[in-house]
Design a protein around this ligand. Structure first.
Ligand code: GDP
Ligand code: GDP
Length: 438
């Protein structure tokens, strides 16, 4: 089941960032190997009572001029309405109920999205509770008092959030149609690719069951097989400053990637691969999705026999954290190589769901250890006891060792390479957990 998305909306200074950071907790260390993605934390993974969700801070309002705050808040609320399953609308007991709160509350109510109304800075429940009742006037349900700074009331708030999550839907679980998110900067050709793929195929545009999001997904039947394309194109908003636009497109990307099996990361051949591409691709990497890098507009550049190699070199350098990603060179304009995308998608999904028998894995590990001695520190050598695959999508392995501290990143990487030599796993990341066995 895809992970629910929860968005935080509220005026400047009510405590959105504080709440986000408290809930995001340890997140930073998990993604530190994905450059560019951690710098501005717009989204984080949160785990509450075994329910995982992705938290989004729609933030980004500059509290400099009060007349534009409302329009920015509306914008922010719209992003949340478009992308989230549940919205946390946060207000401030110290500032009390403000006119723009009411306007945004109206907008949220009309959207029909589940909203949890949170009143922050209730640092003392006895003292401030009377002021909290005022927020019933917003007409969007019971206000939940919290203090983000003192971590009060967060459990009740999260319970209220989780209560709105879509029910587990067995029909969604049975739905094995591949879901493909098409992501990339504006103008790289995402819509053109979808349109071109649609060209010769039957089309059904459908709202996929089991999600409360509004996204319209496109079903394409190719060779009798159904594929669902999740398109993040058409998200362009006019008159937006660059930072806001980027934030918006990242939020849309996170929400699309979350629901996908495979991500088509589209790059514009005429521009080459950029830092912003790295940031977008990092979202797919962190979430363990299958990744195909689609270099589009291949028709529009001058080529010789070295061009492809040179492109690959640059991509591998900028996206160095995902050496497993497949690369394809296509043109939405001429249709060049686009039909091959389906084979590639099939292959990547097969690899994402591949299960390797424990016996075979341990043979490979034993052989790898014999070929390259595990690291040691202060006279103690790493011992590897056992490896087993515990999950798919992405394939996830647990390695039992004598001492976790001795397991260097580079040795895990070495083992990963050995496993890839044997089974390929092209197009998918692999996850490793190291456990101690006494
Ligand atoms: P944002 O603009 O909505 O992201 O708000 P911030 O998270 O930056 O918080 C604005 C101010 O409110 C900061 O000075 C925070 O320290 C303060 N703040 C946040 N949460 C609480 C709280 O629970 N109690 C109190 N008293 N102050 C808080
Ligand atoms: P999106 O914003 O990523 O959805 O990009 P669009 O699909 O709207 O394409 C942006 C621009 O690039 C349009 O003017 C397209 O005609 C052009 N374009 C898209 N694909 C190709 C391609 O393969 N070759 C060339 N030469 N132009 C393309």
């Amino acid at each position: 089941m895809s992970k629910p998305v929860v968005a935080i909306v509220g005026r400047p200074n009510v405590g959105k960032s504080t709440l986000f950071n408290v809930l995001a907790g340890e997140m930073i260390s998990i993604v530190k190997d994905t450059p560019g993605v951690t710098r501005d934390r717009i989204y984080a993974d949160v785990d509450w009572l075994d329910r995982d969700f992705t938290l989004i801070d729609t933030g980004g309002i500059e509290p400099d001029s009060s007349d534009i705050i409302l329009s920015q808040m509306r914008e922010q609320a719209q992003i949340a309405i478009d992308t989230a399953d549940v919205i946390i609308f946060i207000t401030d007991v110290k500032q009390g109920l403000v006119d723009s709160d009411s306007k945004v509350a109206d907008m949220l109510r009309r959207s029909g999205k589940p909203v949890v109304l949170v009143v922050n800075k209730v640092d003392n429940f006895d003292k401030y509770m009377a002021d909290v009742y005022e927020f019933y006037n917003l007409g969007i349900g019971d206000p939940v008092p919290i203090s983000a700074a003192s971590r009060l009331g967060l459990g009740d708030m999260l319970d209220a959030v989780i209560a709105h999550f879509p029910e587990w839907d067995p029909s969604e679980e049975d739905d094995d149609r591949p879901r493909i998110a098409i992501v990339g900067k504006p103008n790289v050709g995402k819509s053109s690719i979808v349109n071109r793929l649609l060209g010769e195929n039957r089309v059904i545009v459908s709202n996929i069951a089991g999600t409360t999001r509004d996204a319209i997904d496109t079903e394409i039947v190719h060779n009798g097989k159904e594929y669902i394309f999740i398109d993040t194109a058409g998200l362009r908003r006019k008159n937006k400053i660059k930072e806001e636009l980027e934030r918006y497109s990242i939020i849309r990307t996170v929400s699309a990637v979350e629901r996908a099996d495979v991500v088509l990361m589209v790059i514009d051949a005429t521009e080459g691969v950029t830092e912003q591409d790295a940031k977008i691709a990092g979202i797919a990497h962190e979430r363990g999705k299958g990744v195909i890098i689609v270099v589009n507009k291949w028709d529009a550049i001058e080529k010789n026999d070295k061009t492809m190699k040179e492109y690959e070199g640059k991509i591998r350098q900028v996206l160095s954290y995902m050496p497993y990603a497949e690369i394809m060179y296509v043109s939405a304009l001429t249709g060049q190589r686009l039909p091959k995308l389906y084979d590639m998608i099939d292959m990547v999904i097969e690899n994402q769901t591949l299960r390797i028998a424990t016996g075979v894995l341990n043979e490979i590990m034993t052989e790898a250890v014999a070929m390259q001695q595990p690291p040691s520190d202060k006279g103690k050598r790493l011992k590897l006891y056992y490896i087993t695959q515990v999950a798919v999508k992405p394939p996830t392995f647990v390695i039992f060792v004598n001492d976790k501290e001795l397991m260097h990143f580079s040795y895990t990487r070495y083992l990963e390479n050995k496993i890839r030599e044997a089974f390929g796993f092209r197009g998918t990341s692999l996850k490793f957990f190291i456990r101690e066995r006494k």
